[in-house]
Design a binder for this molecule. Structure first.
Ligand code: SF4
Length: 83
């Protein structure tokens, strides 16, 4: 399993989503759709690392650009800079 030096934080713009559902098809653990209109909703804001590859694939396939992903650097085993 890959080791990432960042964590992913997701957000979605429900006004932009066209309800195509590609994100749900690729990663149903992370994305869901509203029952009434198919617009995306998030099941997880910070998915597990095991989902990262699929999540990033879903972001790139989304036809409306409704999914935003933030890569937050992790400071693993680095020097302590706090003074
Ligand atoms: S792939 Fe994009 S447009 Fe389709 S449901 Fe997901 S967020 Fe909405």
């Amino acid at each position: 399993m890959a080791n990432y030096d960042y964590k992913l934080r997701l957000s979605v713009d429900q006004d932009v989503c066209i309800g195509a559902g590609l994100c749900v098809l690729s990663t149903a653990e992370v994305f869901d759709q509203r029952e009434e209109d198919g617009v995306v909703k998030l099941r997880q804001i910070e998915p597990d690392e095991s989902q990262y590859e699929k999540v990033l694939g879903a972001v790139s396939k989304c036809p409306s650009g409704a999914i935003s992903v933030e890569k937050i650097p992790l400071s693993r085993g680095s020097d302590t800079a706090a003074k």
